[in-house]
Design a protein. Structure first.
Length: 87
């Protein structure tokens, strides 16, 4: 299995963040959505590892879906926090 490396995670996380911004109808902008995708990939991978899923051996599609789900989660939490603070 080919390891993605740092730049691979940046690219996959960025693409997932951009798509998550479209799915969640988010108005944060492209750069922030890319950052959310990268953070979402880290969070998604961490949460899956906690429940016993082999995240290292999942492959590129599994990594993309993990980043996408994590980015949607980050955007959703950001929307909840923004609603509580009145933004």
């Amino acid at each position: 299995m080919l390891a993605l490396g740092f730049f691979g995670w940046i690219i996959i996380g960025g693409l997932a963040g951009w798509i998550a911004g479209k799915i969640m109808d988010d108005k944060n902008g492209l750069v922030l959505n890319i950052v959310f995708g990268i953070i979402g990939g880290l969070i998604g991978g961490f949460l899956l590892k906690l429940i016993g899923v082999d995240v290292e051996g999942g492959g590129m599609i599994f990594s993309f879906v993990t980043c996408l789900a994590g980015a949607c989660l980050v955007l959703w939490i950001g929307r909840l926090v923004g609603a509580r603070t009145g933004r």
